[in-house]
Design a protein around this ligand. Structure first.
Ligand code: GLN
Length: 487
């Protein structure tokens, strides 16, 4: 039998089903691996060993009495942005270092009801602001493929954990690329569904019109399985969409013959590292060999997506983070002289530099006199970008291109240059601005570091993305590659 840590979620589900091992055995094996190896990567903020073993025992009992849910006994990790009842939820910030949520996020609740076992809470960029996991109050996460490199961000603890086989799957959130970019940089699979597909209730808000929850796994089949459980209408989230959730696994084996794949003219320009571009083009040739046809499309406003995002996201963040004032929520500074001083000190000490940079930018673009020039203008450009996608999707079923402009970069390389860091999301941000589903799939290596193929679809086309990725994975083995030190 393949060692437990090396198995995918689907393989583990079959093993549990056939009583090859119990969930308690599986959970204990992974907890042991985490205890021995997490220090190398710093992927966790909290490991919930006792709760996990108790949940595993309940799952084993449920299976014995014939009441196993679809994820019964399967271990996962939650990004520490999802509220978990009774367990610390920090969002990677000193501000919430002592926050214990009184309730579960909908995503947490749904996965738990299906029987999933939570091993812990994954490290992340502070309030999900970052592309390298270096803005975390709890320190950077390292990339299992090369410990000197970043695992991407902001879901870097999630991506590193899945790549290092600490768990077969982890949740993530994606506001401008934070599931897909870390998936690309760690050779894992990441999917961000359509805006509104998965409930945001209990997910600590960064930029509410862009935030969406999703998963990081090692195969598209596993992603389909988890997404099917997480998705669906939630009356506690006013932006949640009331539409039935298809069975993503039902069609995943269908052929992609005749699928029209859009290749974006602007994707393969100067900003893309050459070898990364080659791997992506090779992946597109595999899709062609599977019967897909390629069509050139244009997203003329793509170059405006990063500047647009860096007006809209900070604006929404400055509003969302105003609640962390040391009184209503969050860290409270000591020795304040008066109320104003308490606010200033609590926020000054509780937030890190990147979060402060965003709050200041956001407050500025929303202030009287600048609102029209920045925020309103950005919302208009956002519409142009969404229209570009709409036009492209009149001719194609999916768009394929690079997830990130290069493979994983060194920790420390970009952290002092915010613009360089922001440009890492040039290919992913458009999907958030337009609310579209998008996915990253491993498609090869450059200098022993993984590269991701990015697939974007029209609203609610998750099924097409997952099928396309699954067919690609039937022809290639990139998603099976494991960093040598973590086999
Ligand atoms: N890297 C982008 C940012 O810093 C996106 C982050 C995200 O998707 N949460 O905002």
């Amino acid at each position: 039998m393949t060692e437990l840590h090396a198995q995918t979620l689907t393989e583990l589900a079959a093993g549990l089903e056939h009583a090859e091992f119990t969930s308690v055995e599986l959970t204990a094996a992974l907890l042991d691996r985490i205890a021995r190896r997490n220090d190398e990567l710093n992927a966790f903020i909290t490991v919930t060993a006792d709760e996990a073993l108790a949940a595993a025992a309940r799952a084993d009992a449920a299976r014995k009495s014939g009441k196993a849910g679809v994820l019964n006994g399967l271990p996962i990790i939650h990004k520490d942005i999802f509220c978990t009842r009774g367990i610390k939820t920090t969002c990677g910030s000193k501000m919430l270092d002592n926050f214990i949520s009184p309730y579960d996020a909908t995503v947490v609740e749904k996965l738990a009801s299906a029987g999933a076992v939570v091993l812990g809470k994954a490290n992340m960029d502070e309030f999900a602001m970052g592309s390298s996991n270096e803005t975390s109050y709890f320190g950077p996460v390292r990339n299992p493929w090369n410990p000197d490199c970043s695992p991407g961000g902001s879901s870097g603890g999630s991506s590193a954990s899945v790549a290092a086989r600490f768990a077969p799957a982890a949740t993530g959130t994606d506001t401008g690329g934070s599931i897909r970019q870390p998936a690309a940089l760690t050779g894992t699979v990441g999917i961000k569904p359509t805006y509104g597909r998965v409930s945001r209730y209990g997910m600590i808000a960064f930029a509410s019109s862009l935030d969406q929850a999703g998963v990081i796994t090692r195969s598209s089949e596993d992603a389909a399985l988890l997404l099917g459980v997480m998705a669906g209408f939630d009356e506690r989230d006013s932006t949640s969409i009331d539409q039935p959730v298809p069975d993503y696994l039902a069609s995943i084996g269908d052929s992609i013959k005749g699928l029209r794949v859009g290749i974006v003219r602007e994707h393969f320009d100067a900003g893309l590292e050459e070898e990364t571009g080659k791997r992506v083009k090779e992946a597109i040739r595999v899709l062609e060999a599977l019967g897909a046809s390629t069509v050139e499309v244009s997203l003329p406003n793509l170059n405006l997506s990063v500047p647009t995002y860096y007006v809209v996201a900070p604006a929404e963040c400055s509003s969302n983070l105003s609640r962390f004032d040391g009184v209503r929520f969050g860290y409270r500074a000591e020795h304040a002289e008066d109320l104003l001083d308490l606010y200033c000190r609590s926020r000054g000490e509780g937030f890190g530099d990147e979060v402060k940079r965003r709050i200041m930018t956001g407050t500025y673009v929303l202030s009287a006199g600048y609102y029209d020039a920045y925020y309103l203008k950005a919302q208009r450009v956002r519409q142009l970008i969404a229209n570009d996608f709409r036009k492209a999707f009149a001719d194609v079923d999916v768009i394929a291109g690079p997830t990130a402009p290069s493979p994983a970069f060194k920790l420390g390389d970009k952290v002092n240059d915010p613009i360089q860091m922001y440009l890492n999301d040039i290919y992913t941000i458009g999907a958030n601005l337009a609310g579209l589903p998008a996915m990253s799939v491993p498609c090869g290596f450059v200098d022993d570091l993984p590269v991701g193929l990015h697939l974007v679809g029209p609203h609610f086309a998750e099924e097409v993305l997952l099928r396309c990725a699954h067919q690609y994975q039937g022809e290639t083995d990139w998603h099976k590659a494991c960093p040598e030190a973590y086999r």
